[in-house]
Design a protein around this ligand. Structure first.
Ligand SMILES: Nc1ncnc2c1ncn2[C@@H]1O[C@H](COP(=O)(O)OP(=O)(O)O)[C@@H](O)[C@H]1O
Ligand SMILES: [Mg+2]
Length: 229
């Protein structure tokens, strides 16, 4: 479903060139739960951002469902990002002035769908992540785990082909992390394709497959049998 072909990403820092990703190739099948693991600075976020169309490779190609993410207009890329990909982040990235339901509905609001039509789906998604009683709360009235649940519901509202998660438990204590990882596993069991970046091997083991990055290259790509909790 996703092909990453000979992708490299170089950043210029002053006059120094930093190679964040070096000739990375792999595929992701529909229904996979892929963990991308590696130490800080190994290129995990760079890779996830490229897959999500938030950034462009220096060289190489990425395809989602056969459609290239390169050589297309900014508008086309924005549409793919908005409709085909759902993102969740370490720091949730919720808008503080919006309620939980409004945050969840935002991607569709940006597409011009009236909120009255979105509300039902937003409420349903919040219920499905266990927040049916928090729809009118603002982020500051929610715990970290609850905020991440809102972010997950928001990422799902467009029925994305793939859910991309960058250190989704990086800012949560271990008990809450387990809950969020359990939620992601449940989502995957219903067929949702997930790619999760983490530096934590315990979190990574929730996936069905683990790719390990080091210095911008893949050092290991293993399937997990009967993935643990
Ligand atoms: N926008 C940027 N400009 C310059 N260097 C960057 C930028 N983003 C990432 N890097 C560098 O690329 C490397 C990989 O970063 P990143 O993908 O964020 O790693 P990880 O998510 O594994 O911690 C690091 O050396 C980082 O400093
Ligand atoms: Mg990172």
């Amino acid at each position: 479903m996703i092909q990453v072909l000979k992708v490299s990403k170089k950043y210029l820092q002053g006059k120094q060139e930093i190679c964040a990703l070096n000739d990375v190739s792999f595929g992701i099948e529909k229904g996979e739960f892929l963990s991308i693991m590696g130490p800080s600075g190994s290129g995990k976020s760079t890779l996830l951002n490229l897959i999500g169309g938030l950034d462009q490779p220096s060289t190489g190609e990425i395809f989602i469902d056969g459609s290239p993410l390169h050589g297309i207009s900014d508008d086309a890329l924005t549409l793919i990002r908005r409709k085909r990909v759902g993102f969740i982040f370490q720091f949730f990235n919720l808008l503080p002035i919006l309620t939980a339901a409004e945050n969840v509905g935002l991607p569709l609001l940006l597409d011009g769908v009236p909120f009255s039509r979105i509300q039902e789906k937003a409420t349903h998604l919040l219920e499905s992540v266990g927040l049916g009683s928090r729809t009118e709360h603002r982020p500051e009235q929610l715990s970290g785990g609850e905020m991440q649940r809102v972010a997950i519901a928001r990422a799902l509202i467009t029925d994305p082909a793939v859910l991309l998660a960058d250190e989704p438990t990086g800012n949560l204590d271990s008990h809450i992390s387990e809950e969020i990882l359990g939620l992601l596993k449940n989502l995957n069991q219903t067929g949702q394709t997930i790619v999760m970046v983490t530096h934590d091997s315990r979190a990574a083991s929730c996936g069905k497959r683990i790719i390990t990055l080091k210095d911008g290259g893949i050092t290991e790509d293993i399937a997990i049998s009967g993935s643990s909790s």
